[in-house]
Design a protein around this ligand. Structure first.
Ligand SMILES: Cc1ncc(COP(=O)(O)O)c(C=O)c1O
Length: 437
């Protein structure tokens, strides 16, 4: 039996919902064995940003596979393919970023960041700085340490040690459900004051790093500029490293090369995965600023896994990066994102079960509620998922959120088709509520 990760998510499996067995994919459409079509409104796992079966990318893999499939990136092996990729990647980063470690996934990219920073603290005689803070509601991966740092819907992971002192959580600026129970605008951004209190409470002299997603993926939670200013000021004043987890936001998704460019933020480390190979092969990257790069150059890098920086993956990633730079994707994403958000507002905002709509670039969250007034979380997402799959639409579901995160290549007609079907499924819900009431 094949085991699936996160398999009991929202108990969808017990409700008879299985994702179709996709056999073929073309641009924004997936086909099952009966050639039933599904619009891919979630870029598979938020990674196939340039669409499926992009012929020049497939060719690159085939060409490389016919010459050399594997060359290590450890034990001082020369590896011109990974070397060239890291050079190309650095050229889209701010120029104070100097080195790249290639691993295998978003999880491993973040692990490497934690490992290198911990090593730095030890060598620089500041091992009292050992706290790793993150933002409530975040997701940074599935390893044991990343599970400690993440705070997503799987709170009861049996392998968590729940060291809330070492792996502290900072307030989430989730305005629709304000953790301080205030209303947006009249709140005067009280969360930023709270953030300062929390940082003081953790004792900033003991904080080693803060990791954040510039936009929290599925829920599309962004930060007020003042929030980021507080983080940046503390980071500067107390020598705290900032890690920007760009696994979802990197390479164009929010209309910028990196999500941190949405704010006045200068991270020390950037991590990426998913889209860097268009989801076609596994790869993660950890990109270090000049201080950490210099440290690594003088000290051993205390990590490395056999397939890290896999040759086929790096060759493909180089071609994906070239593809990214050849087209004005950032503008395309901005335009399509505005279209998606505008139409979603027109078509969905009056529906009883639509509590909030949030968008960043080409990434939209529809927050569903049972009741707009009480904001009680919607409790039948499985029904929505099932209906939409039956109608040939694949979207991302988490908590009481539907997330639409299509490939950048999607046309307005398909965006409209997704929204029309979502509207139809949710309106049926409203009719039932009216009838029952
Ligand atoms: C922001 C973010 N960071 C890290 C990860 C982990 O990436 P991976 O699943 O490749 O390990 C994810 C995965 O969804 C993510 O969304």
């Amino acid at each position: 039996m094949l085991l699936q990760g996160w398999s009991n998510k929202q108990d969808l499996s017990t409700k008879g919902i299985t994702f179709p067995d996709i056999q073929f994919a073309d641009d924004c459409v997936l086909y099952d064995g009966n050639m039933k079509k599904y619009i891919d409104g979630k870029s598979q796992m938020m990674n196939a940003n340039f669409g499926h079966n992009v012929s020049q990318l497939v060719e690159v893999i085939c060409d490389q596979a016919s010459t050399l499939c594997y060359q290590p990136t450890m034990d001082s092996h020369m590896n011109s393919i990974a070397e060239n990729y890291s050079k190309q990647l650095l050229s889209i980063c701010p120029n104070y970023f100097k080195s790249v470690y290639c691993s295998l996934s978003g999880t491993s990219a973040n692990e490497v960041a934690v490992q290198v920073i911990s090593h730095y603290r030890e060598v620089s005689k500041s091992s009292h700085k050992n706290k790793v803070l993150s933002i409530t509601g975040c997701y940074h991966g599935c390893s044991t340490v990343m599970s400690e740092i993440s705070e997503n819907s799987y709170e009861n992971k049996p392998y968590r040690v729940n060291d809330n002192e070492k792996y502290g959580k900072l307030i989430q600026p989730y305005c629709y459900r304000c953790p301080l129970e205030l209303e947006f605008e009249s709140c005067e951004k009280e969360c930023c004051v709270q953030l300062q209190r929390q940082l003081d409470m953790y004792d900033p002299k003991t904080i080693s790093m803060i990791i954040l997603e510039p936009v929290q993926g599925a829920g599309v939670i962004t930060y007020p500029n003042e929030y980021i200013d507080v983080l940046s000021n503390y980071a500067e004043a107390f020598d705290i490293f900032i890690v920007s987890d760009e696994v979802v936001t990197g390479m164009g998704r929010v209309g910028k090369d990196f999500g941190f460019e949405l704010y006045d933020l200068k991270p020390n480390v950037i991590t990426m995965s998913k889209t860097i190979t268009n989801g076609m092969l596994p790869l993660g990257v950890t990109i270090f600023d000049n201080r950490l790069s210099e440290f690594i150059s003088k000290n051993e890098l205390m990590t490395g896994s056999t397939q890290d920086g896999n040759t086929l993956s790096c060759k493909l990633a180089t071609a994906v990066l070239e593809h990214y730079r050849q087209f004005p994707w950032k503008n395309i994403v901005k335009e399509k994102g505005i279209y998606l958000f505008t139409r979603a507002n027109e078509m969905l905002s009056d529906i009883n079960s639509v509590g909030d709509l949030r968008c960043a670039g080409l990434l939209l969250c529809i927050e569903l509620v049972n009741d707009k007034a009480t904001k009680e979380r919607y409790d039948d997402l499985a029904r929505v998922k099932k209906s939409l799959l039956e109608q040939g639409v694949s979207l991302f579901y988490e908590r009481n959120w539907i997330t639409i995160i299509p490939p950048f290549t999607i046309g307005e007609d398909m965006i409209l088709e997704i929204l029309t079907k979502v509207k139809h499924v949710l309106e049926r819900d409203s009719i039932e509520v009216k009838y029952n009431g």
